[in-house]
Design a protein around this ligand. Structure first.
Ligand SMILES: Cc1cc2nc3c(=O)[nH]c(=O)nc-3n(C[C@H](O)[C@H](O)[C@H](O)COP(=O)(O)OP(=O)(O)OC[C@H]3O[C@@H](n4cnc5c(N)ncnc54)[C@H](O)[C@@H]3O)c2cc1C
Length: 471
């Protein structure tokens, strides 16, 4: 009689979890399934918002397991040492199930582990689960990968999507092995230690139930107007599903199916296209594994970036003197989330106004975003820097004032996060320093006492950026 292991990764859910459901279906009478989670010291950064959210999602999953009478066996340390210990602790393990991470560190750990398990005669069952289409699935006729999103999207739309699968809870509770009382407690101790260090409260945005509620709310109340509202940060027009998707608290197939079942609308069409962007960036990262430190477009690999530490700190703290940038950066530090339009504007500002290397911005977002996903984040940053794939139009420099007027015309979003500008009349909200005389004479407001002056002049910096990129 053998035991099987389910290696939990970024897939903190029961419903439509491909590896879990396959393990349950395969298991024979008298066999057990052991849930394990590997706490990797390389990845633990509890002080960052992104990891704190990820860890809280793990903790929430652990608690929902306990409610179902299931326990998780935690491993802590270098991956092969951990799995070696696991195989010694439970001598009859002969199968392991997990969902694949296609890129980056997750992929390299997986490859290392697979070689080790082969030597130990443990059979590996791994599954594509995290995306609607895995990186190798949507390719050109000659099997090369797409570089332009529109062409990728057309093929993606025409490709059959995988089915959503239900879990057999009755069978799960029969086969799960939960008595770890006599086993090495080091992993569990580490898990509890980390849990005690958590000081963020994400309880409203965590767990399969909240995720499903958020999905239903979006489908019923926002999908049909998504095309109109999604660009405006002052409206609550987008799904807020990204953090559930990156941590696997919600299956992307469930999201896709929920959307396809809704009546036809432009909102539905555009929303589904956004899910294709998620797959697209995963595919791009897969084919460009050095993308985290190397520009896809070769001629931009030697740019002479400027670095002004003071300006970088002001950008991070929301103290640039550009109200829309400051509001967005404060939203990020307060909530760990930022609207997509604002991610584009703040990224462009860091790169093309402050002339700071996009990698520094990418790193900052990676620490701050609760929905941090390496492929989408690098994809977004390289797009904003015009150094990645699909840079259309070819070289874009956002004007923060024009963007502010267009996407937050009445300054509602700005006033929500930049409290010191609450009383500034709408017509001056986008660039209050330009109107300091009018503010003083007509309203008795001394803007210099209220708010910081702009740290750069956009027109001058725009010219410098063009020169820096040799355009
Ligand atoms: C500089 C920059 C950095 C970004 N970093 C991340 C990141 O780390 N993690 C992340 O999930 N998204 C990232 N994005 C993409 C996008 O901003 C977020 O997915 C979106 O804002 C999440 O909010 P939502 O769930 O309400 O999105 P919605 O508008 O409701 O979109 C639905 C889903 O589609 C996917 N999606 C939407 N837009 C994109 C996109 N441009 N690229 C990839 N997937 C997309 C997300 O999974 C999202 O949940 C980044 C974009 C930029 C410009």
């Amino acid at each position: 009689m053998g035991n099987s292991v389910l290696w939990i990764r970024n897939d903190f859910r029961f419903h439509d979890n491909t590896a879990l459901i396959s393990a349950i279906n395969d298991i024979k009478d008298n066999e057990n399934l052991i849930f394990i989670y590997h706490l990797d010291p390389e990845l633990i950064k509890i002080e960052t918002t992104s990891y704190a959210y990820f860890f809280s999602s793990l903790n929430s999953y652990y608690e929902s397991c306990l409610k179902k009478g299931l326990d998780i066996y935690f491993l802590y340390g270098e991956i092969l040492t951990c799995f070696d210990t696991l195989l010694n602790e439970f001598s009859n393990i002969d199968k392991i199930y997990y969902n694949i991470i296609e890129c980056g560190y997750g992929k390299s750990q997986e490859q290392k582990l697979n070689r080790f398990l082969k030597r130990k005669n443990v059979e590996v069952f791994s599954f594509y689960d995290h995306h609607l289409h895995s990186a190798n699935k949507v390719l050109k006729e000659d099997n090369s990968h797409y570089k332009v999103f529109t062409h990728y999207y057309n093929k993606w739309m025409g490709s059959k999507k995988p089915e959503e699968q239900n879990i057999d809870y009755a069978k799960l509770s029969e086969i799960i092995l939960s008595d770890f009382s006599k086993k090495d407690p080091i992993g569990k101790e580490k898990f509890i230690e980390l849990r005690n260090l958590l000081n963020n409260d994400f309880s409203m945005f965590i767990g399969e139930e909240n995720a499903r509620e958020c999905l239903a709310d979006f489908m019923n109340a926002k999908l049909c107007s998504y095309n109109e509202n999604r660009e405006y940060p002052f409206l609550d027009g987008t799904s807020h599903l990204s953090h559930y998707l990156t941590t696997g608290q919600l299956s992307v197939r469930e999201v896709f199916n929920a959307a396809t079942m809704m009546p036809s609308s432009l909102g539905k069409e555009i929303f589904i296209k956004e899910l294709a962007w998620r797959d697209f960036y995963n595919m791009i990262y897969y084919f460009h594994p050095n993308q985290h430190n190397e520009e896809i477009i070769e001629k931009y690999r030697c740019i002479n970036w400027e670095y002004d530490e003071g300006n970088f700190i002001k950008w991070k703290s929301g103290l640039t003197g550009f109200p829309i940038i400051d509001a967005a950066m404060r939203q990020l530090s307060e909530e760990g989330w930022m609207h997509n339009r604002l991610r584009m504007i703040t990224a462009s500002f860091l790169i093309k106004d402050l002339l700071i290397d996009w990698r520094l911005g990418e790193k900052y977002f990676s620490e701050m975003l609760i929905d941090y996903d390496i492929a989408s984040n690098i994809g977004g940053w390289q797009w904003a820097a015009s150094v990645g794939t699909d840079a259309v139009p070819y070289f874009r420099i956002f004007n923060p004032i024009t963007q502010s007027k267009k996407y937050d015309p009445e300054g509602k979003f700005i006033k929500r996060y930049v409290k010191e500008l609450e009383d500034i009349p709408t017509q001056y909200i986008h660039e209050p320093f330009k109107f300091k005389k009018q503010l003083e004479e007509n309203y008795g407001i001394d803007i210099k006492k209220l708010y910081v002056s702009p740290i750069v002049d956009h027109k001058t910096q725009r010219q410098k950026a063009l020169e820096m990129f040799n355009i």
